[in-house]
Design a protein around this ligand. Structure first.
Ligand code: SF4
Ligand code: SF4
Length: 451
């Protein structure tokens, strides 16, 4: 396992977007010329669908203007010129807080899941009651290095799960590890916690968490399963762990489940114990850089500064991608900031980019073999390419979890996942005004309007 390094150099410029989450953009609380401290709130939530924004450095506000954002859009951002001092806001810990106070503190601290939903909305969704909280630790082997020992990691995760359960008002909590993450499994297995011995139980066959809650007669359990890759894993993840089905176009909250990542869980632990808001994150830098690594960086640091901290480019860069080769977003420039949703930066060389030219499908069925939700990706992609979205729906395209495995194994380099995403978006759009269309003979047809 690789270790996490801390980016020590102070960048010349920080770009802190006022939107780093799904939902409404924050309103700026600072203006040009003001000096801000570490942790100072600089963006206020105009609604509940939002997470506050804080300065990650001490410095002078140079401007509040639209700047490049890793999503590809231009977003109103606070641009700060850092100074060497590290004067911090006075943080107040939130120990012994009740549910309402915790939810409000999580929102004010700006804690957001990797996939963009503000964590306070995951734990306290409108119109839904949560009874089970899941911490998805299947993708986070590196997080162990945020702690002195694996034991410290395991104990803190269990304490944090209690906090999440309290914030959500949930009666049950589950930590989900990855089957091959031996270090984490060893850290949890046999640990004494609240007078009971933790046993890591593999999710096998039809045994879901209900079985282990009953078997172990406890309200907190630790299970393990294979890693699930993808952007839209939540329905599949919820079903795999709890056996509950999430209806089409609904969130796991509709099944009484809240899913948090390890980063947000740690951020909540830090908030409760120190009062620290969400101002730094771990980014995995890989590809054509001299020193690929996991780096703890301050939110708002530009990709260019992160790459420089990794020793610069090792060859001629051709493509810069954030958040994964398959499911991520290619960047137009280096001067885009790391946000709360940034998990990785990948630099591709010319040769790698050229490999992406698509050819005809050779019907090898490799995409069918690797699909974790048993779709027929080549067939659905062909239908999507022809705009035959109603047939895509009949072939259950909405079950695609956007893991990208089909695209990555395709010898013809067909952009299968992107075609399925395109089809899902067209179907979702057609269903937006479903009731109106149902009464007028619903037809999905092609996005261009022809049938
Ligand atoms: S169709 Fe492709 S992207 Fe979708 S779940 Fe199957 S393998 Fe993953
Ligand atoms: S992997 Fe590619 S070439 Fe093979 S069947 Fe699927 S789409 Fe066709």
């Amino acid at each position: 396992m690789a270790e996490i390094n801390v980016m020590e150099t102070i960048p010349e410029k920080m770009i802190i977007p006022l939107k780093q989450h799904k939902g409404d953009i924050c309103e700026p609380l600072v203006s040009k010329g003001e000096v801000v401290k570490v942790g100072q709130k600089i963006g206020e939530c105009p609604s509940d669908k939002c997470a506050a924004i804080h300065s990650s450095v001490c410095g002078e506000v140079v401007s509040v203007e639209e700047s490049s954002h890793p999503s590809g859009n231009r977003i109103n951002s606070v641009v700060i010129q850092p100074i060497e001092e590290t004067e911090c806001e006075d943080f107040t810990p939130f120990k012994d807080s009740g549910k309402e106070q915790l939810i409000s503190a999580i929102k004010e601290a700006g804690i957001v899941e990797n996939y963009g939903t503000p964590t306070h909305l995951v734990l306290n969704p409108p119109d839904c009651d949560i009874d089970t909280v899941l911490i998805n630790a299947t993708a986070s082997e590196w997080v162990g290095h945020n702690y002195e020992t694996p034991l410290e990691y395991a104990s803190q995760m269990l304490d944090s799960l209690r906090l999440l359960m309290k914030a959500a008002g949930a009666s049950r909590g589950v930590i989900v590890l990855r089957n091959d993450d031996k270090d984490s499994i060893d850290a949890f297995d046999g640990l004494d916690y609240e007078g009971k011995t933790i046993m890591v139980s593999p999710l096998i066959g039809k045994r879901r968490v209900d079985y282990y809650f009953n078997d172990q007669n406890t309200d907190i359990i630790v299970v393990s399963q294979d890693k699930i890759y993808g952007k839209n894993i939540f329905e599949y993840f919820t079903y795999n762990v709890t056996g509950r089905k999430v209806p089409f176009r609904c969130t796991p909250a509709s099944a009484g489940v809240a899913i948090c990542g390890v980063k947000s869980t740690k951020a909540i632990h830090d908030l409760v114990n120190t009062g620290m808001p969400y101002i730094e994150t771990v980014v995995t830098v890989s590809g054509q850089v001299n020193n690929p690594q996991h780096l703890l960086v301050k939110i708002g640091t530009t990709f260019r500064d992160v790459i420089e901290a990794c020793g610069g480019y090792s060859g001629e860069p051709a493509k810069l991608i954030s958040n994964g080769v398959i499911t991520g977003v290619a960047q137009y420039e280096e001067e885009v900031p790391v946000t709360k949703m940034t998990t990785s930066i990948i630099v591709q060389g010319k040769d790698e980019v050229l490999k992406d030219i698509s050819k005809e499908c050779i019907h090898c069925a490799r995409c069918v073999d690797v699909c974790p939700v048993d779709l027929i990706p080549n067939r659905i992609a062909a239908l999507a390419n022809q705009g035959r979205f109603d047939e895509c729906k009949q072939m259950h395209v909405e079950n695609c979890i956007e893991c990208g495995r089909c695209s990555s194994v395709c010898p013809s380099k067909i952009h299968i996942m992107q075609l399925l995403q395109y089809s899902k978006e067209a179907i979702a759009k057609a269903y937006e005004d479903m009731f109106e269309k149902e009464s007028s003979n619903l037809k999905l047809g092609c996005a261009c309007g022809s049938e």
